[in-house]
Ligand binder design. Sequence first.
Ligand code: PFF
Length: 516
Amino acid sequence: MAKVRQTWGTRLGIIMAVAGSAIGLGNFLRFPVQAAANGGGAFMIPYFISLFLLGIPLMWIEWTLGRYGGGFEHGTAPGIFHTMWQKNRFIKYFGVIGIFGPLVIFIYYTYIESWTLAYSFFALTGKYGNLATQSSMQSFLKGFQGLESNQHFSSIISAYIFFIITFFANIVVIYYGIKGGIEKLCKIAMPLLLGFGIIIMVRVLTLGTPDAARPSWNLVNGLGFLWNPDFSALKSARVWLAAAGQIFFTLSVGIGVILTYASYLSKGDDVVLSGLSAVSMNELAEVVLGGSIVIPAAFVFFGPQEIQGIAKSGAFNLGFVTMPLVFQKLIFGAFFGCIWFLLLFFAGITSSVSLAQPAVAFLEDEFDISRKRAVSIFAAACFVLCQPAIFLLGKGVVNELDFWGGTFCLVLFATAETILFAWVFGMERAWQEIHHGADMEVPKIYKAIIKYITPLFLLLILGFWLYQEGLPTILMKNTPTADRPFVLGARIFLIFIFIVLAVMVKIAWRRKRLKI
Ligand code: PFF
């Protein structure tokens, strides 16, 4: 008997799920750090240009292609690309990126997500309660991550336990499927996340001037530090790349997960308004919540001098070192610390399940196996694949996975899918396909944007980015010598995963041909 393809329960359900994928650690930690480092308020100019010329078009493209592919029982890029361009025998291998990319991000993202669960527990139990300086909190984090053995942690064991809990929670959600697992999770986690975010934002925005002896350490200056525009930043290509990169990462587009989520829609379901709603929710969470919490709070308590270093020390330090210190200084700090990390955990898990789903859908759709078997195979394989991210964290391995999975593949895949959509599939057909069952019309100008501007913009970014950041990274120019063997190992590991997936595509297609 033919399998019946899963579907979403409600329209709100899929919007919540896509918004859940989009709203993640990137909104609360990555965005403020990127904005502060790349021109502050001026960053919003390339950011919004990228949103309108890349983010929104790609969101529509992926929703449309996903729904189209679902109609042919394909929920991942190899099958979807092949259906769109049947004459080309190789395009399905290019589609492997749409499974590979999410899988690679999943490998490190889930581990970081597990820290948030651990820290919400630590906040509640007061485990770091007596630490008051950046350096002591930093060594707490290092001890936890197993990077050093100190008075706080003698081994990585507690981090490992939280990882297993988090990994298992992800597996349980996808085991219960699209409607029973992912949709249910998002319907509960998303309102909680937004609620917690609002509570923390209001607390931060009412901080005023906590220390009367230091009147300039106040909220308004904190907001100013993040938002005052430095227009000279716009002359730098790096700032434009950072803005475009943030748009991809935050919206979860250009990687294949939205394709998979949309493949569980039916032909008559709207994609235009739904896609736009998910984008709007993400932007609200990113610009309003993400832009009002970490940087202003850190400024108020650490002042204009220290904030420079803090903002440069990266997203993890801000989230796991500075924020716990900030909450220590507040009344009911344990409560605020706990909900801050729970907020991050909910943001994380609703994103990581979306990263797992393409691999699971690939096994189900292309090998005709049941969801439960597919999830079991995924869990076993992925558990092994996660180990290097955990044990080689300090050796540059996570950065390497993030570079290939979270940056390189994104730009490449986005370029390919836009060209396929607008040029191979054909813009007229594509336009019709977008509007099937649509609740609103896409502004006409987007026909020209999707056909010319988005691909051009993407090619430009790809070229610039390869030249500016890609080549030095590929050649390991900025990698410390001691880490090079590990980074090289990570690359071999990635090539191995890619080849295995490509061989699986070959086998799946051969089996299908034999069946017919
Ligand atoms: N959008 C997520 C965030 O902002 O944290 C991260 C992410 C999830 C990226 C899913 C890519 C993806 F496919």
